[in-house]
Design a protein around this ligand. Structure first.
Ligand code: ADP
Ligand code: MG
Length: 272
């Protein structure tokens, strides 16, 4: 099975610093994947490389088996929705109007008013904010504003969503509510990769991808992660990561049963 979104041996350096050091992974449609790692590990950079926002120096991003570079910018925009860490819509406009403007900008020229309205209705339902359509975005709660940013990306209904810390700053209840929403969006057939610092809702995910200082320390199921790091709870993985150097974790992962299972699911094999 070819993963819908894959990275093969991604390497990226800026200013003489190696930020990504050979990351390989594969995500199927229908999968919600959590991207974890200490601050400064390269999570945001990996999302930018996967979304075509930053160009890697080595390796490649594959979408449905095709190199991302082979897609036109319009095709890429319709395929991958990226929601950056900071809110992208700061506005006094009501949510429904803001989405309507965004829809007019993003949908092809000639899209009818009725089609724009239908897209806005669909997005409001998807982000579970139908009852907030008349509320100004500046008056929404932090969690609702993050969902509004996600809503803008859902207008084109991309099969891939890359979400950078969509739940940071949310209390544990709202964090779980948001993760449930992402899980539902994944269940509808999307491939979703989301960075998070919380380990509370990993049971809702299909895979964890763990990066440490640009090295892939792990990619696989929560159960495989607990076995691999020999910890009873995912919250303990971060502490455990300090027991060895990032290169050593990457080496251990390459030799692990979890890595073999990832290859069996079609994740690209690192060249090194
Ligand atoms: P994370 O999201 O895991 O916190 P980032 O991807 O934001 O990590 O950053 C990883 C490392 O790369 C950090 O040390 C950061 O300072 C560095 N970095 C990120 N972007 C750039 C850039 N454009 N130029 C130089 N260094 C960068
Ligand atoms: Mg980040």
């Amino acid at each position: 099975m070819t993963p819908f979104l894959a990275a093969r041996d991604l390497k990226l350096s800026r200013g003489g610093i190696q930020i990504l050091n050979g990351i390989s992974l594969g995500i199927q449609r229908g999968e919600l994947v959590a991207l974890l790692g200490p601050s400064g590990s390269g999570k945001s950079t990996l999302l930018k490389a996967l979304g075509g926002v930053m160009l890697p120096d080595g390796g490649e991003v594959l979408v449905d088996g095709q190199p991302l570079d082979a897609l036109s910018s319009a095709e890429a925009a319709a395929t991958i929705g990226s929601v950056p860490q900071d809110d992208i819509i700061h506005t006094g406009l009501p949510l429904g109007r803001a989405l309507s403007y965004a829809a007019r900008l993003r949908l092809p020229a000639g899209t009818s008013e009725a089609e724009v309205d239908a897209a806005v209705e669909r997005v409001l339902a998807a982000i579970e904010l139908k009852d907030r359509a008349e509320v100004r975005i500046s008056r929404l709660s932090g969690g609702q504003r993050k969902r509004a940013s996600l809503g803008v990306e859902l207008i084109l209904a991309p099969p891939v969503l890359l979400l950078d810390e969509p739940t940071s700053g949310l209390d544990p209840d709202l964090e779980r509510t948001s993760m449930r929403l992402f899980r539902r969006l994944a269940d509808e057939g999307r491939a979703i990769l989301c960075t998070t610092h919380s380990t509370d809702s990993l049971d809702l995910t299909h895979q964890l991808v763990i990066v440490v200082r640009g090295h892939l320390a792990f990619a696989g199921s929560l159960a495989d992660a607990l076995a691999h790091f020999e910890v009873p709870d995912a919250a303990l993985i971060f502490k455990r990561l300090r027991d060895a150097r990032p290169e050593q974790w990457a080496q251990r992962y390459r030799q692990s049963p979890a890595r073999q299972r990832a290859s069996a699911r079609g994740a690209p094999t690192p060249l090194a």
